[in-house]
Design a protein around this ligand. Structure first.
Ligand code: NAD
Length: 416
């Protein structure tokens, strides 16, 4: 994933005519933290895991990004995802830099008590480098509001009441209205604008979704509410399809109990990976990175791909989509709704003030719409695809902030 994120960075850096030193300064992470986590296991032995926090850039504000609990977590994945956060927060123009991290573990094999202990120990080891003005974690794959609550509590035991240290907290523990569904809502808003560009509409639109966790489930629900049909959903255990459209509410209830879409009786089962090449108008990858590759991209039948997941498309697949005139709404735009409402949550926490849901929805809509239009304008004026345009917008804003905080002039930045 790191190679891929560097490829997209360099493609945009060419458009921006950034020279070697400028690229190096923007690409290199500010700080990489790796910690050992040893905790009690339920069977009387010990659990041993490695945790990471990569802080990529803080020129535009405190660093921001999710924590992932998954066997794929390592320093390279975290670095790639942290850099994506830097460009993403800049694309939606919120006052943050980028970070990412997590624990290399398989939560399916851990009890809630074990996850709780791992989380507290992890926070204990990284507490000096996170904080409301430093670096503010949030949920990502296999982490949720409950885990964010534990993080707030552990940090507050060391530094005093600090709800602003983490976002995505439970609503009754200084969380924000609308945060849980925010990434899915942002995906729906990005799709609304993409449909306008393609002269298509939600009515009767056939949508296939990979992943039915936080992002996939809320995106599916909100898109179905607009009149689209969710015709296929695949996750880590299986797939379920219904050409008439799945009942997304019922599927959500099933997944809450069974932690997979597999076995849902409101449709027919299929092999999960087939969801990516499903006969549909819109494909929404909302699971893990690197799933759209040169092997399967040529078989993708959707006209629009909305990247709800981070880094789902490899550069080879991206090239194939461009040639096939498939419109790709890139992750750093499409899934930016989550970090945007995280920003609203943090703003409420530091002001000790509450916003109503309607205000959150309106401000999210305006932020996503402005970002979409800014990216589309660059795509048009520079004659590049939406991903390159989004990177140009994000990197350009970070480069300008970096220069303004140092004695580097734009000429110096460009010359090296
Ligand atoms: P989640 O843990 O709630 O859900 C993950 C989903 O992916 C589950 O349905 C799981 O079954 C599925 N999945 C896992 N491995 C799979 C595989 N091999 N094949 C098919 N499906 C698989 O996670 P989430 O928070 O919904 O995050 C999903 C994606 O969205 C990630 O890429 C994440 O980085 C990105 N994202 C999340 C947020 C957020 O606010 N949660 C914000 C921006 C981006």
């Amino acid at each position: 994933m790191l190679e891929e994120s560097k490829y997209y960075f360099n493609k945009a850096a060419e458009v921006l005519e950034l020279q070697t030193l400028g690229r190096k300064i923007l690409e290199t992470p500010f700080r990489v933290v790796k910690v050992e986590i040893v905790t009690d296991a339920d069977d009387g032995t010990f659990n041993h895991h490695i945790g990471f926090r990569v802080q990529h850039d803080n020129s535009r504000g405190p660093m921001k990004g999710g924590l992932r609990y998954h066997p794929s977590v390592d320093e390279y994945e975290a670095e790639a995802l942290a850099s994506l956060m830097t460009w993403k927060t800049a694309v939606v123009n919120i006052p943050y830099g980028g970070a990412k991290g997590g624990v290399n573990c398989d939560p399916e094999k851990l009890s809630e008590k074990e996850l709780h202990d791992i989380t507290r120990t992890f926070v204990g080891h990284i507490k000096e480098v996170i904080g409301p003005k430093l670096d503010i974690p949030a949920p990502d794959v296999n982490t949720n509001a409950k885990i964010m609550g534990w993080i707030m509590d552990e940090y507050s035991q060391h530094y005093g009441f600090s709800p602003g240290v983490v976002t995505g907290k439970p609503l009754h523990l200084f969380g924000s209205e609308g945060r849980e569904e925010a990434t899915g809502r942002g995906v729906m808003i990005a799709l609304e604008h993409a449909l306008k560009d393609k002269k298509m509409s939600f009515e009767g639109l056939r949508v296939a979704v990979q992943g039915f966790g936080n992002v996939g489930s809320h995106a599916s629900r909100l898109i179905a509410e607009k009149g689209a049909k969710i015709v296929a959903v695949g996750d880590h255990k299986g797939g379920v399809q219904n050409p008439e459209g799945l009942d997304v509410e019922k599927l959500g209830e099933w997944v809450k109990k069974n932690r997979t879409v597999a076995g849902f009786d409101g449709g027919d089962a299929f092999e999960s990976t087939e969801v990516l090449t499903w006969d549909c108008d819109v494909l929404i990858p909302a699971a893990l990175g690197g799933v759209l590759t040169k092997e399967n991209a040529k078989d993708v039948r959707a006209k629009i791909v909305v990247e709800a997941a981070n880094g789902p498309t490899t550069p080879e697949a991206d090239e194939i989509f461009f040639k096939k005139d498939i419109l790709v709404i890139p992750d750093i735009l499409a899934n930016a709704g989550g970090v945007t409402v995280s920003y609203f949550e943090w703003a409420q926490n530091i002001q000790q003030f509450r916003w109503e849901l309607e205000r959150i929805k309106n401000e999210l809509y305006q932020t996503m719409t402005k970002a979409y239009n800014d990216v589309a304008d660059i795509a048009k004026s520079k004659n590049v695809d939406m991903r390159t345009a989004a990177f140009v917008l994000g990197i350009g804003r970070v480069a300008r902030a970096t220069m303004s905080r140092t004695h580097m002039s734009s000429a110096q930045f460009d010359e090296y």
